[in-house]
Design a protein around this ligand. Structure first.
Ligand SMILES: Nc1ncnc2c1ncn2[C@@H]1O[C@H](COP(=O)(O)OP(=O)(O)OP(=O)(O)O)[C@@H](O)[C@H]1O
Ligand SMILES: [Mg+2]
Length: 389
């Protein structure tokens, strides 16, 4: 199954391009699923149909769902919620507050990640299209597997992820906090197993790609540049930029002439800055792009005969290479500036901070025995060199 995710600044046309991609792929015969990680749920509006938590067929071969995190929480996480209630009781909060607090932020994202894994495991689909929320939430969403993994590795070290062993460990750590029952750990464990591997799936360039949707406007492009940097930091391969709402040549009204000039400049800077990524263009339509027919027409023009499920550009933002007596860890950080970058190694982990985001990379044993010889950012790639002492 191929996975294509769409992200970009608010309102640029993510949902429209995601839905159009699915419609074109499905028409070409691919079993296609579309989901959204955005609680704002505009997929249904885009297709012009009602959507529910279960998959429904919106066009031949094209299925969509609208995740209902609250309902999922009620059914599969009721055990955890009870545990949290217990926890908040212990912390001296009354029932009502506990009730409110037990709605964990980011839950939609966690369920969405688990769904990606479930779609992949089912073997039923050729393509999964993911309509993501605006940039900031998407980066939070995509850094979740890293963060969850980080906690799980520490709270549930491999080989000890067995409820009977974990119980006492956690109770000692928590010092007086009510210890979750086996049922809770069972649920956490099952849930984590559903998430395990999703990061590997999403960072495998042959299986997953992110497409950045932009409009040829200054602020939108600036945000897309940063998004490209942060996605690369976490190892997510971007395979194309979609420049949407380009003013068509037919528009000759003088009112739009400076708009057209500005767009031309921004399009040039997109082509230049994001190279070698392909830039797909789509014009501003004369009407809203709602419903299967309009989505299909929009999608056909956007892809212009190219298979929307194909890998449009294969990049590997994270690499590890041996060179002479050194091991070099390379991380592509396009558009990153030296001033916003911080690199450190501690306790067997490589920490890379770019602006507000930090990634912790667990180093393999072979690298833990080595020491860092140097780190440099050149041509959009950070290289950290490990040598022998
Ligand atoms: N090329 C285009 N021509 C005309 N209308 C467009 C075009 N692209 C998108 N639209 C319209 O703009 C509106 C916003 O698009 P869409 O919902 O796809 O943006 P979005 O990036 O998903 O927004 P959000 O950040 O809110 O999720 C929709 O009404 C859509 O039909
Ligand atoms: Mg949207």
């Amino acid at each position: 199954m191929r996975i294509v995710l769409f992200t970009g600044k608010g309102g640029v046309g993510k949902t429209t391009t995601a839905a159009a991609t699915a419609v074109v792929a499905a028409a070409a015969g691919l079993r296609t699923a579309v989901m959204s990680t955005d609680p704002a749920h505009s997929l249904a509006d885009s297709f012009g149909v009602e959507l529910a938590d279960e998959m429904s067929e919106v066009a031949p071969n094209c299925f969509a769902q609208q995740l209902d995190a609250q309902a999922r929480m009620e059914s599969s996480w009721s055990e955890i919620r009870d545990y949290l209630r217990g926890l908040f009781d212990w912390a001296g909060l009354d029932d009502i507050e506990a009730e409110e607090l037990s709605v964990i932020p980011g839950l939609d994202e966690v369920f969405a990640l688990a769904d990606i894994k479930t779609f992949d495991n089912s073997g039923e689909w050729d393509l999964l299209v993911v309509d993501c929320a605006p940039t900031a939430e998407t980066i939070r969403f995509l850094s979740l597997p890293d963060i969850l993994g980080w906690y799980m590795e520490r709270l549930f070290p491999l080989g000890r992820r067995v409820t009977k062993v974990v119980g006492p460990v956690v109770s000692r750590l928590a010092g007086g906090v009510p210890v979750a029952g086996d049922a809770v750990f069972g649920a956490t464990e099952r849930f984590y197993q559903r998430l395990e591997g999703v990061k590997g799936l999403l960072t495998d360039a042959s299986r997953s790609s992110v497409r950045l949707v932009v409009n040829p406007e200054k602020m939108v492009v600036a945000e897309a540049r940063r998004t490209y940097t942060y996605l690369s930091l976490f190892g997510y391969p971007v395979d194309a930029v979609i420049a949407n709402r380009v003013l068509p040549d037919e528009i000759e009204d003088p009112w739009f002439s400076s708009w057209k000039q500005a767009q031309a400049l921004h399009l040039d800077s997109i082509e230049e800055g994001f190279a070698p990524l392909p830039i797909l263009r789509s014009e501003l339509a004369s009407e809203e792009i709602v419903g299967i027919d309009r989505l299909a027409a929009f999608g056909e023009r956007l892809y212009d005969g190219v298979d929307p499920a194909s890998v449009l550009h294969e990049g590997h933002p994270f690499r590890m290479d041996k060179a002479d007596d050194e091991v070099v860890v390379s991380i592509d950080l396009p558009f990153a500036r030296k001033e916003e970058l911080e690199v450190s190694v501690a306790l067997g982990e490589l920490f890379i901070t770019v602006g507000p985001y930090r990634r912790a990379v667990m180093l393999p044993d072979s690298l833990r025995r080595r020491s860092v010889r140097g780190a440099a950012l050149a041509d959009g790639t950070l290289r950290v060199r490990f040598g022998h002492d």
